[in-house]
Design a protein around this ligand. Sequence first.
Ligand SMILES: [Mg+2]
Length: 458
Amino acid sequence: MEKATRKWWQNRRGTSRRGFLRTAAGVAAAGFWAEDTIQAYQNTVNTRSKPSALRITDLRFAHITGAPMRAPIIRIDTNQGISGYGEVRDGASVTYALLLKSRILGENPCSVDKVFRKIKQFGFHARQAGGVCGVEMALWDLAGKAYNVPVYQLLGGKFRDRIRLYADTTESHDPKVFGERLRQRKEQGFTWLKMDLGIDLVEKMPGAVTAPAGVTQRTSTWTKHMFTGMELTEKGVGLMADYVAQVREVVGYEIPLAADHFGHIGVNSCIRLGKALEKYNLAWLEDMIPWTETELWKQITLAVDIPTLTGEDIYLKEPFIELAKNHAVDIFHPDLASSGGLLETKKIGDAVMEYGHAMAMHFAGTPISFMANVHCAAATENFLALEHHSVDVPWWSNLVTGNEQPLYEKGFAVVPDKPGLGVEPNPDEVKKHLAPGTGYFEPTENWNNERSWDRLYS
Ligand SMILES: [Mg+2]
């Protein structure tokens, strides 16, 4: 550039040569000052990181217990000193994440979708997907930190600044006691409630449940609902409906109130109970039968005039799309730690929206996974409300640090603007709640190498 021209630019922009280099025009002029320009461009990204040269070097974990659930937090380290955090779904084995270590070492964590597609064959129904999803969360955290943007921005930007939460609440067989607990949730600011409404409420009452001898809600946990032989009687349906009536009496009819954990009863009992609950205008009936039963779900949904919902155990978007195409349930409810992570869950929300359905989000875990959910909920248009299981655990929010605002207040999570997920584990608090016999992000070298021919198509 000639001296006069340079002078003209400086006058016009009121900037020095170095300032000019930081502008878009400066980037376009890379042919003149390539090295300086690239350096300046990277300054706007992240001075610690050269994203295209970022590589995964390690995967370690800290297994938290009492939150109130057990949940392993995972940490993925890199060759540039930045680490990303994810979480294996509540109750699942950390082995689901560790077996992925040898598959992701040396990969660029910013290629989130590429790495996800490489490892997604190692996920399956419910908690078996916990490793794949935990790693995916950590990859987004790293990509956000490398490019210096919050994860919601990488997912396409946000639809909202605050995320509506719905709180789980400890059960009581006394509707007055339980109603009072829900009323307190309302007082804390929660604007959406959920209750457990299982047949355990009535199964000990004579004439409420018909079941083969020895079959109870407890003994049938591992049997699919259609195969237990348990059916509610007219009396049982009436008692459960009366319980809900009394709870509604306390909390009122204005606030959405969802119901879950009905017990493994047959489809006909689901329909009779659902019809009896219509007048209490529940927000949804959750997982009355397994998600795998599209046609049976459709029968319930068509017969009952309150919304039905499923999804917390579904891995990947395809089964959601199949259910949505059939309008088998009214609302979808992925658990991001089972459904395939942040991007897959956004895709699920977008896909079911095409068929006219909304998405609520199932969640139980620590603030690491919570924040992954918050970014995804912010970036998904048809989102309704995100579950929160740990309102009564006083130290739950202290598990992380780095957030400028509380994780949530008055029933809404705050969407952070910091790079990545926006929080880091707080070592002092995490160390207080490690599962017995486990350490704090200790070496996992045993998992560095695994001989396995992972090719899917011969
Ligand atoms: Mg549930």
